[in-house]
Design a protein around this ligand. Structure first.
Ligand SMILES: [Zn+2]
Length: 458
C-alpha cells in the first residue's frame, strides 16, 4: 500500500492438539507475531469459489463459500478466519460438519478425519451485517458500508470480514467470485471479468483471479462507478472511478496511464505477472491509503486531491503486482520486500517520466533518513513506517550501486521469474542476489536493513 498508521500487538501461534488415530486439530494461528490470530495451520487452500449478495439498503450480506484445500497433516478439525457474520451451515466433502465460533475463528469438525495429503472441499453458508475494522493497522479496513454501496479492503487483513478464509499471505489461492447487487450498481473485484447477468432487479458480476492471490489482496467495491472495460497488451483492462468524479479529472487521468506505467515496469522487472490490468478509485474519505489489490489496485481519494494527476501512486501500486503480489510474503516481518521495491519503483518512474533521477532521490532520502529505525523486521507497530518504505528503497538503490546495473536488473528479473506465484523471505532474496551477482552481500544487507548508523555510500 502507499501510506499508513499503526497498532502494536504480540502473540505466539497455537499448536494443534494431538489426538488418537493419527489425526490432530489444525492450529488456529500461523504464529506470525505481526498478525495474531490470522491464518490457520493444517491445510493449504487451492481455490475459493465465492457467491455473495449484498444489499446496500440494509447493509446485509449473504454468502456461500466453497473452499478447496489439501490437508497438510491428518486433520480431526480445522479453523477458518471469519469476523462477525453468522454461519448457517458447513459441509465438508458434502457431509454436514459440526461448527462453532470462537471470536474471529470458525472451528469446523468434519464427520470423519481428513487424511494427510488429501484434498477436501468445505462449503460455508453465512450472512449478516459485515463489521468493518475501524482500528485496523492501516486505518479503516475490512468490509465497509459506504453511501452508495461498500468497499472491502485492508492490509494486513480484511478478507475475513466478508468470507471465511485462511487469512495469511503464506496460503495463496485462486478465486472465482460472483457478486449480486441491485441493478445499476457496479461490483468490482480482482482478475478477469466474466459474464454479467440480471434478474428480478439484481445484477450478478463475475470475476476470476486465476493467479494465486494472498487473501489481503482481495477486494470488493460496490457502488455508483463509471466502469471502463478494454484491453491492454492482449489482456482485459478494467478501471473505475466514482460517478461523482469528472471523467477528465486527476483520478481518471492518473488511472488512464495504468497500461503505460505497467509496460514501463515490465522493462525493468520482467513480464507482467497477471491475466488482467486495472484500478479503482474510491471517494470514501475513510480510505486514507491506496492498496495493491491483485491486478486491480484501489486508490483512496486523498491521492488526487491536489487537482493534479498522481502517477507515483499508480507506479507504486503497479510495482506491487510483481513485488508483494506475484512474489508474496511468507511472513509480515519481511514487508520491506514489498514496500522497499514499490517505493523504489516510484523513483524509477519519476526518472523515466522526465523528473528527478533515482540517484538524486536516493541522495535526498539518504540525507533525510533516521538510521536508528530498522527496515527488516521493524515490529508490528512499524509495518508501514518510513524505515520500511524509504530506507527500503535506499537499500534497493544501494544494491544497484554495489553490483552495477546489469547484475541489479538481472537480480530483479530472476527474482520475479523464479518466485512467480509463490512466497519468499528476505533470506531468499539475499541468497538470490549473491548467486546472480557472484558477490558476498551478507554484510551489505545487514548494514542497510538493520544497522543503526548511516551506511557508507556505495
Ligand atoms: Zn506499498
Amino acid at each position: 500500500m502507499a501510506a499508513a498508521v499503526v497498532a502494536a500487538v504480540v502473540l505466539v501461534g497455537g499448536i494443534g492438539d494431538r489426538e488418537p488415530g493419527g489425526f490432530r486439530a489444525g492450529s488456529a494461528d500461523l504464529g506470525d507475531p505481526y498478525v495474531p490470530g490470522s491464518g490457520n495451520g493444517g491445510y493449504d487452500v487451492a481455490h475459493y469459489r465465492l457467491g455473495v449478495r449484498y444489499d446496500p439498503a440494509d447493509d446485509r450480506l449473504t454468502g456461500r463459500a466453497e473452499i478447496t484445500a489439501t490437508a497438510t497433516h491428518g486433520l480431526s478439525r480445522f479453523n477458518l478466519d471469519l469476523a462477525g457474520l453468522e454461519v448457517s451451515s458447513v459441509t465438508v466433502d458434502g457431509a454436514p460438519a459440526e461448527h462453532r465460533r470462537d471470536d474471529s475463528e470458525l472451528v469446523v469438525t468434519p464427520a470423519r478425519g481428513l487424511d494427510s495429503g488429501g484434498r477436501f472441499t468445505v462449503e460455508v453458508t453465512y450472512g449478516g451485517v459485515p463489521e468493518a475494522d475501524a482500528d485496523g493497522v492501516l486505518g479503516s479496513g475490512g468490509f465497509q458500508h459506504t453511501d452508495d454501496g461498500a468497499i472491502a479492503l485492508g492490509q494486513p487483513y480484511s478478507a475475513a470480514t466478508w468470507f471465511p478464509v485462511n487469512d495469511h499471505p503464506s496460503d495463496k489461492a485462486t478465486y472465482d467470485l460472483e457478486v449480486t447487487v441491485p441493478d445499476g450498481l457496479a461490483a468490482l473485484s480482482n482478475g478477469v471479468p466474466g459474464e454479467r447477468t440480471s434478474a428480478d432487479g439484481w445484477t450478478t458480476w463475475r470475476w476470476a483471479e486465476r493467479s494465486p492471490m494472498a487473501s489481503y489482496l482481495s477486494t470488493l467495491v460496490i457502488g455508483d462507478y463509471r466502469v471502463q472495460t478494454g484491453e491492454h497488451a492482449g489482456k482485459p483492462m478494467v478501471t473505475a472511478v466514482p460517478d461523482g468524479l469528472p471523467a477528465t479529472g486527476p483520478a481518471a487521468t492518473s488511472l488512464a496511464r495504468t497500461g503505460e506505467i505497467a509496460d514501463f515496469l515490465t522493462t525493468r522487472f520482467g513480464p507482467y505477472p497477471f491475466e488482467s490490468y486495472g484500478g479503482v478509485v474510491v471517494s470514501d474519505s475513510r480510505i486514507g491509503y491506496a492498496l495493491e489489490t491483485q491486478s486491480r489496485p484501489v486508490y483512496g481519494p486523498g491521492f488526487f486531491r491536489g487537482g493534479e494527476p498522481n502517477y507515483s501512486v499508480v507506479a507504486h501500486e503497479l510495482a506491487h503486482q510483481w513485488f508483494g503480489n506475484s512474489v508474496a510474503l511468507a511472513r509480515w516481518g519481511d514487508i520491506w520486500l514489498n514496500e522497499g521495491f514499490a517505493s523504489y519503483a516510484e523513483w524509477l518512474w519519476e526518472e523515466h517520466d522526465g523528473g528527478r533521477s533515482a540517484q538524486r532521490n536516493f541522495e535526498l532520502q539518504y540525507a533525510a533518513t533516521e538510521w536508528s529505525r530498522r527496515t527488516l523486521d521493524p515490529g508490528p507497530g512499524q509495518m508501514f513506517s518510513t524505515a520500511v518504505y524509504k530506507r527500503g528503497a535506499l537499500t534497493v538503490h544501494a544494491l544497484r550501486r554495489t553490483v552495477g546495473d546489469d547484475a541489479f536488473f538481472q537480480i530483479l528479473r530472476t527474482w520475479t521469474s523464479e518466485r512467480r506465484d509463490g512466497t519468499a523471505t528476505t533470506a531468499d532474496f539475499v541468497a538470490l542476489a549473491e548467486r546472480v551477482s557472484g558477490r558476498d552481500l551478507g554484510s551489505f544487507f545487514d548494514t542497510w536493513l538493520t544497522g543503526t548508523a548511516a551506511p557508507a555510500l556505495p
